[in-house]
Design a protein around this ligand. Structure first.
Ligand SMILES: [Zn+2]
Length: 419
């Protein structure tokens, strides 16, 4: 008789085990296994299925935890596909001014706006940014986030962009949340280059991108393609340069106007186009054709009281994978709560609960090229798992503004337990 195989962790009796795997087909598309169980070995999913079929050939390591998920939902860790994680300062004054009806220009005139965050970030030391970043990641973890995409973009000088990316690297080495770093030197034009766009473009393409790539501080290169930020031509040049240095393209597209950003995303084979409030029909068609993931950011629409929402339903009907993210940043979306974005995805973008769950798991993984590793509970994938104190998956977006996460498991280890 063969020896049973020892595993490191077993979760049993989940009322709903959301695998997000096509091997468990049922109506919702979430691959739900009732009374499901999952076994973890060496940080990866070793077995997943119906509890009663959990083989006699699998036994738990001595001391390994066996968790009873009776009355609970078990699902893959959430993935936040778009954040501006590292910044100094805050803009609550601007928030108040906006409520009182001041325009973006008036706020900028009073020293607010994105450039005020650039100044505050430049003034912040490495250690100050590290401290702030850790606090933000801790909040995300308590909401069930196990992987986060994080953009630079509040430094806008070689030295300050490198400082931000190095803070991310230090966090990656010390915090359980996995960070996927993106270089966003093309976030806005820094003040000192106000009258010399082309010199900043040169700095981006000839110094910053090569240096970031050489030190392996980013996987992606992003650009804010918008009338008031970078033009279509400039964006193309930046993304193409990034590609030559091995940085994969992403793009902030069509947030404030329909400027051809989505079409450019398709043209440069971007992994994702993000925002898309004003995406054109042609843009949707081209992105669907190329398999670009749409990353939608309801927090920004909500926080800025924007009336024009991205056409999420239409994008899904046209075959696009739609992801949702927080867009965490001090100006337009000051939140670490991805579950809250799920609720907003439902109420504002008319996505249904099963869709917002895919949007924050396997579709979010796709937007960062990680779908073979994370975003579903399948044998061989990374064991990033949540145990939620809710009776069924619909509860997660339905019962909003409160925390449902009981346990977070990252790479097979319990990294958060609800106090
Ligand atoms: Zn953004």
């Amino acid at each position: 008789m063969t020896q049973p195989i020892e595993v490191d962790l077993i979760i049993k009796n989940a009322d709903e085990l959301l695998t997000l795997s096509p091997s468990f087909q049922e109506g919702s598309g979430l691959g739900i296994v009732p009374k499901g169980a999952v076994a973890v070995k060496e940080g990866r999913i070793f077995w997943v299925g119906k509890g009663e079929e959990l083989s006699q050939k699998i036994c738990l390591n001595r001391g390994g935890p066996e968790m009873d998920a009776t009355g609970k939902v078990v699902m893959p860790g959430l993935i936040d596909a778009h954040t501006h994680l590292i910044f100094g300062g805050s803009r609550e004054n601007e928030f108040e001014q906006r409520i009182q009806g001041l325009s973006y220009q008036e706020i900028a005139g009073r020293g607010g706006g994105i450039l005020s965050t650039v100044e505050a970030t430049r003034r912040s030391s490495f250690d100050e940014l590290l401290f702030l970043g850790k606090k933000r990641l801790d909040r995300m973890l308590s909401k069930g986030v196990t992987t986060v995409e994080a953009k630079s973009g509040y430094g806008l000088s070689l030295q300050d962009e490198m400082k931000i990316l190095k803070v991310m690297k230090a966090l990656q080495e010390s915090h359980p949340i996995e960070i996927v770093p993106t270089f966003l030197g093309a976030h806005t034009l820094p003040r000192e280059f106000r009258n010399d766009r082309s010199r900043y473009l040169d700095l981006l393409t000839e110094e910053m991108i090569p240096q970031v790539a050489q030190e392996r501080l980013a996987e992606f290169c992003d650009v804010f393609c918008e009338e008031k930020a970078f033009t279509l031509e400039e964006s193309r040049k930046i993304l193409e340069t990034g590609k030559r240095y091995g940085l994969r393209p992403k793009i902030h597209a069509d947030q404030l106007s329909s400027g051809g950003g989505a079409e450019l995303a398709a043209e440069v084979d971007a992994y994702s186009a993000d925002h898309l409030e004003y995406v054109s029909q042609e843009g949707i068609r081209k992105m669907a054709e190329k398999g670009v993931t749409a990353v939608l950011l309801p927090g920004a629409s909500f926080f800025l009281s924007m009336k024009n929402y991205p056409p999420a339903r239409e994008m899904m009907e046209r075959g696009m994978a739609v992801a949702l993210a927080t867009d965490l940043n001090p100006g337009s979306s000051m939140t670490e709560s991805l579950p809250l974005m799920m609720t907003m995805g439902c109420t504002m973008f008319k996505m249904i609960p099963q869709e917002v769950i895919r949007a924050t798991t396997n579709h979010a993984a796709r937007s960062m090229g990680r779908e073979k590793e994370i975003g579903s509970l399948e044998v061989g994938k990374q064991a990033d798992i949540l145990v939620l104190d809710v009776p069924n998956y619909r509860y997660l977006p339905y019962h909003f503004g409160v925390d449902h996460v009981e346990y977070v498991i990252k790479k097979g280890k319990i990294v958060y337990q609800r106090p």
